[in-house]
Ligand binder design. Sequence first.
Ligand SMILES: Nc1ncnc2c1ncn2[C@@H]1O[C@H](COP(=O)(O)OP(=O)(O)OP(=O)(O)O)[C@@H](O)[C@H]1O
Ligand SMILES: [Mg+2]
Length: 207
Amino acid sequence: MSRATADRAATADGAATADGAATVDRAADARAAPAQVTLFCPDAEATAALGVRLGQLLAGADCVALNGGLGAGKTTLVQGIVAGMGSRERATSPTFTLVNEYQGAAPPGRAPLLIYHVDLYRLAEGAAPTDSATPTVALLAATLGLDDVIGADDAVLLVEWADLDPALLPPDHLQVTLIAPDSGGRLVELASAAGAPRAQALVAALR
Ligand SMILES: Nc1ncnc2c1ncn2[C@@H]1O[C@H](COP(=O)(O)OP(=O)(O)OP(=O)(O)O)[C@@H](O)[C@H]1O
Ligand SMILES: [Mg+2]
């Protein structure tokens, strides 16, 4: 289900039950202030452990954007997220496959969550060179069916190098930025944009 379809479904559900409640919820969502926290991970194990914590919090339709320079630790964090979501598979960097798919544990009474892991840097690298990487990434993402994954109730999307095509992401996504200070380890900044209540809740839970 696309994000737009999911939004329409949510609106329709709200209107069917209580118009007033739906209106209050939308107002609260729009008020959601930006949130941010920066954590320090002294080694790769700590990065993966933070990923496990995040993975345990993720639910269907969530999207995590991972940014940071080459070797910042994005895939290491994804490995933790995938493990935290209950997959026994070890996540690897998506290269030739372009999209890696894992299966998390099933929420109570529901089908298992699907985890889609993409790397826009590798996606752009695998495409024919053009003047601008962004249209190519968007085109490839559409070809791979990512539009259908975004906002789907049974799927979580993890995007490395997400800044290469921010327009691809749903508005309410968790922004993760990893920085490697000269002194060692990694600073991991977790942030939500304004009006992104789900990401705001995730930041609050990881504080
Ligand atoms: N907190 C940390 N402290 C020190 N090293 C770390 C930390 N977290 C991850 N690393 C190490 O950094 C290296 C690069 O990690 P990783 O492959 O996850 O980076 P990446 O951001 O996905 O890279 P790319 O940009 O190539 O996709 C690995 O050797 C990993 O073990
Ligand atoms: Mg990587």
